[in-house]
Design a protein around this ligand. Sequence first.
Ligand code: NAD
Ligand code: MG
Length: 384
Amino acid sequence: MERLLLLGASGSIGTQTLSILKNATKDFELVGFSVGKRTRNISYLIKKYPTIKGVCMISKDKMKSYQKRYPNIKFFYGDQGLLDLIDYTNPTMVENALVGFVGLVPTIHALKKNLKVALANKEALVVGGELVNDLLAHGHGSLYPIDSEHSALWKCLKVDDQNVDKMIITASGGAFRRLSRDELTNVTAKDALAHPTWKMGAKITIDCATMVNKSFEIIEAHYLFNYPSEKIMVLLHEESHIHSMLRYVDGTYRAEISKPDMRNPIRFALYLGEIPFKTYTASDYRNFGPYHFHDFDIARYPIVRYASKVIDEKGTYGAVFNASNEEAVYEFLKGNIPFLAIEKIISKLMDKHVNKPHPTLNELIKVDKETREEVHELIRKGEY
Ligand code: NAD
Ligand code: MG
């Protein structure tokens, strides 16, 4: 029986996780959860799961009113509250379904406590992959990826991790895959939120349209599986049925193939990869099914060049990549900057950044904060 703490219970991954737990009460005891601005589910979850000991939310005021209503449950708030919630609820596993930089510190905190971490929050690895891997290498905790591409790679590697030539991460191409770069000038947030194959939170849906998401996934694959940047490739695959694949040195392929449904990788991570799964092999990936593939063109998605920069140079580059993207995406969602400005802002800040190798957690937090301020400065000056 796993005592599970779910961070980000109100989000897309969090909600799908709850739908899995509903039918898995013999394997998981939900000991606590966090929500962000959407608080309407709190009472329902507390009633449904009598095992809940603690809840974290963003606002202090709301927290106080819930604390009065539920005196037997301990309520926390804010970034520190997420850490206190981990300490207070005493879980054996933390699922991190938070979005953005806010997911980094709780990941580190949980690993330091030697907990199992099921990780959807890829930003934690983009920014702090070195710190996370240092902890894992020293025997602190364990990590189980939820991202569908990485879940597929994990499965394929479990079957055969010898003589791998390339990891091939598939990409749907996002909402604007049929548009040329010129046609991207006037697209709106509403257009960008219409993902062709997956239904996800707003931020990651925009990240798919810009291909920042794929860049993050290349970095994520590097830290999870310890492959160098030149061994990790992207292939456009329209249907999102092949979740990623390995190419071996003899030219054959191994893939995980299923309809897009995040509950599969979530379940696989929650069960530590110890449930039945299937992979398929083929002498050519085009034989996996009646699917559509396109070669990845870096000129169409130039932002992906920063993935290898982050992998090869490490240090504080991941923090700049993530923070510049996060702030720019939220400004785009508010309608304050055009779509292509996201890419321009990231490029400006990445290109001028002076890297600091082997940063501490506090240094990463500082670079994150400074980068966000720089994004707002660029927007104020109209430099995008
Ligand atoms: P979402 O926006 O739907 O949910 C995010 C959760 O984080 C919410 O519960 C929200 O309240 C919480 N949150 C946000 N900011 C917070 C803050 N400052 N403090 C505390 N809580 C905060 O996002 P999502 O789509 O579920 O994505 C979650 C993570 O999983 C992301 O890192 C994303 O890249 C990754 N991911 C998502 C999918 C998917 O299908 N949605 C697939 C693969 C990976
Ligand atoms: Mg993914």
